[in-house]
Write a protein that binds this ligand. Structure first.
Ligand SMILES: [Fe+2]
Ligand SMILES: [Fe+2]
Length: 413
């Protein structure tokens, strides 16, 4: 009996707000909305007010929002609105919630499939019914996800460098003209490869549903990395006033197959796991044999970025193969098809090969060229061994990994 006298009292006293003389069009609606937001469906709110025609405005707003409202006079003779929060208002948000949590590491954060109607909304936001559907082509987790995407994004954000200050462009050096020409030819080759490394992910980036925002953010920074690489290789190519060197049909044919890859996972496999992985070896070689400080610095900075791009490619393929083991056969077919398509092309441009030999040699004496040539052969063996190791990490048997590693384009990317 003691409890029964207090409980009904509480239930019969709805929360009351007094908006005084503040009009609904002067901010009072914010106060009404805040007070309603904490009520359950069917909950009641009393509003006292005195602004001119506030009751008419409130009635119109309630009709629009689906809330019930009635008016009465309180004990002191003031007009009082009695609002009932209604289902229609709640239903605006019902059934359209973007599942998940802002933090990808939280339990249940990511949907296996993002809905077109979630659109551009923040992950975890309540999305109003009737929001437009966005036609993102990549909206299934297995098509694009990597478990380390958030960590790699944080690393990438922390590792961005400024080409204007990170490289000592004015450092003094003197090179023999054939060595300078070799550097310029290498830079020319690197630039076209960097253009592919920028544009291939960029074409997929715009198709990824932003529910998977860590991947979108990471790829955006990856594109920014490649933009810097294009810049610094261009600046080095033209640093001594020379014109860019040769771009061959074989090199461009190799890069074009990356644009023709059937989906994001295959493009990432060919570009990042095989191509950029090979490029890390190439850039390390260039760092070791660079004839001048500018070339040495840009090779080192680019290699560091490329290692991150390879890490994402590996993490994505590891995720995809974990949930779809049959996909491995499609990767093998992609390498074979690319190999057949490029069989009639020359592969690595001869001038690029000679430039690498010359940089390792340091001069054009027979003994130096013999040493440089041997070092480039070692580089190619190291590149193939790296590809084989990554393929084995993705679950290919040793023989298959060796065969596919050897089928990789002679253009390196
Ligand atoms: Fe790059
Ligand atoms: Fe890259």
């Amino acid at each position: 009996m003691m409890n029964s006298s207090t409980a009904p009292m509480a239930a019969s006293s709805p929360p009351t707000i007094d908006i005084e003389g503040l009009g609904l069009d002067q901010g009072a609606l914010l106060l009404v909305r805040r007070a309603l937001a904490v009520l359950p469906e069917g909950g009641c709110l009393h509003v006292l007010g005195s602004a001119p025609e506030w009751d008419l405005h409130l009635r119109a707003w309630c009709r629009q929002q689906g809330h019930d409202v009635a008016f009465s006079t309180d004990a002191s003779g003031r007009l009082r609105a009695e609002l009932t929060r209604h289902g229609m208002a709640l239903g605006r948000w019902r059934g359209a919630q973007a599942t998940g949590h802002a933090d990808a590491h939280a339990a249940g954060a990511l949907a296996e499939q993002a809905q077109p109607e979630w659109g551009l909304a923040a992950r975890g936001a309540q999305v109003e019914a009737g929001s437009p559907a966005y036609a993102f082509g990549l909206r299934e987790k297995h098509q694009l996800w990597a478990d380390t995407a958030a960590d790699l994004y944080a690393q990438a954000a922390a590792a961005q460098w400024d080409p204007a200050t990170a490289i000592a462009w004015a450092a003094p050096f003197e090179l023999a003209s054939e060595i300078e020409a070799a550097v310029v030819q290498l830079m020319t080759y690197l630039i076209e490869n960097e253009n592919a490394a920028l544009l291939v992910p960029a074409r997929h980036l715009g198709q990824i549903h932003p529910h998977y925002r860590e991947v979108v953010q990471l790829l955006a920074l990856q594109c920014a990395d490649e933009a810097r690489h294009v810049e610094v290789f261009t600046r080095r190519a033209t640093l001594r006033g020379g014109e860019p060197g040769l771009s061959t049909a074989g090199g461009q044919a190799s890069l074009k197959t990356l644009f023709d890859a059937p989906d994001f996972s295959t493009a990432t496999f060919l570009l990042s796991v095989l191509g950029e992985g090979t490029f890390v070896n190439l850039l390390n070689f260039l760092h070791a044999h660079a004839p001048d400080p500018v070339t040495r610095q840009i090779a080192r900075l680019a290699a560091r970025d490329e290692a991150r791009h390879v890490a994402f490619g590996m993490a994505h393929l590891e995720h995809r193969l974990a949930v779809e083991p049959d996909y491995q056969a499609r990767l093998a077919v992609a390498v074979q098809q690319r190999h057949e398509e490029l069989a009639g092309t020359a592969g690595l441009n001869e001038e690029v090969f000679d430039a690498l030999v010359l940089l390792a040699a340091g001069n054009t004496t027979v003994a130096a060229v013999a040493r440089g040539h041997a070092q480039v052969q070692e580089l190619k063996a190291e590149m193939a061994a790296g590809r084989r190791a990554r393929l084995q990490r993705l679950g290919f048997g040793r023989d298959d990994a060796q065969r596919l590693a050897d089928m990789h384009t002679r253009n390196f990317m």
